[in-house]
Design a protein around this ligand. Structure first.
Ligand code: MLT
Length: 316
């Protein structure tokens, strides 16, 4: 029995992700939900056209109310405030607006989709996943976290080191956004750790700061120039869907709920984690002391954003 996958919010990121899921034939049924009149249907019609070429056995539904979605196994939540062209709002700056949307979805969707797994995409994604988990009390809730930064990190490393991206391993952790932590200790280039590889290639010009800045800032350039990021997020999120649907148990840097002594509540923060139908080991022990410290700082930043997002929302 295949998966019934749903995408709530079919804007730039949601529609690109839905297309990628059809392209990879990861769903037997795909439901698109968007409150913007006509949008979910338009994307559904488009995907059916694309599927006439892709030839995937997938039933595609569309809805304009979150309450109409039922019987889904895996639900991607990408609904959120759509930035207007030229409107510069940071991920954290969307917190308050999107918290209201996430609160509503967390209240009305789980009752009609018992046992569903949730992938939160809406920004600021780690704080919004923290909120969704708190209100829905669903077991399986993840934030896409820094898997997207991890792809950006690998693509930049492969470009700068002039190797194929498949020859690059390395992860980013922490918060999706400003408090992302580049996990340099996890980097392997053709199986060698970074310093060994640079020595073997006699590379003296490698600039870590340039890479870190790229990973943290490139989305701003893309949004300024094209209005939104789409294809990077779509493939990053499809990696997560694929890992769950096909039970791959691959290591992905996603955010799951974690407790820290310094924080009153559990928050979502990214650590390389084994992902399949269930979530496996979090590879915190393989990180350096500095990296673990950075992840704790990121968790504090996520919690601050979370608390700001729920101001006035009557959430205890
Ligand atoms: C990204 O990393 O692409 C961002 O989260 C996109 C955004 O800020 O909307």
């Amino acid at each position: 029995m295949g998966f019934h996958v749903a995408v709530i919010g079919t804007g730039n990121v949601g529609s690109a992700t839905a297309y990628s899921i059809v392209k990879e034939c990861l769903a037997e049924e795909l439901s698109l939900v968007d409150i913007k009149p006509g949008l979910a249907r338009a994307i559904a019609e488009e995907l059916k056209h694309a599927n006439a070429s892709i030839k995937c056995d997938v039933k595609i539904n569309w809805y304009e109310k979150d309450e109409e979605l039922s019987g889904a196994d895996l639900i991607i939540i990408s609904a959120g405030y759509p930035r207007r062209p030229g409107e510069r709002i940071s991920r954290r700056g969307l917190a308050r607006k999107n918290a209201e949307i996430i609160k509503f979805i967390a209240e009305v969707v789980p009752p009609n989709n018992p046992g569903a797994k949730y992938i939160v995409v809406t920004n600021p994604v780690d704080a919004m996943a923290t909120l969704f988990k708190k209100i829905s009390k669903c077991d399986f809730v993840i934030s896409t976290g820094t898997h997207l930064e991890t792809l950006r990190f690998r693509s930049k490393l492969s470009e700068v080191l002039r190797v194929r991206s498949r020859d690059v391993v390395g992860y980013v952790g922490g918060e999706h956004g400003e408090a992302a932590v580049i996990l340099w200790s996890t980097v392997k280039i053709r199986g060698l750790n970074l310093s060994e590889y640079l020595r073997s290639m006699e590379r003296k010009d490698f600039n870590k700061y340039e890479i870190e800045n790229y990973v943290k800032k490139i989305s701003e350039f893309i949004i300024d120039a094209s209005g939104a990021t789409r294809y990077g997020p779509a493939e990053a999120f499809t990696d997560i869907v694929k890992a769950i649907v096909l039970n791959l148990n691959v290591i992905l840097s996603i955010a799951t709920p974690m407790r820290f002594n310094e924080l009153k509540e559990e928050v979502f923060v990214s650590i390389p984690t084994v992902v399949g139908r269930s979530l496996g080991l979090r590879l915190l022990d393989m990180l350096s002391e500095d990296e673990v410290r950075g992840i704790k700082e990121a968790a504090k930043a996520v919690y601050t954003t979370y608390l700001r997002s729920i101001e006035g929302l009557n959430i205890d």
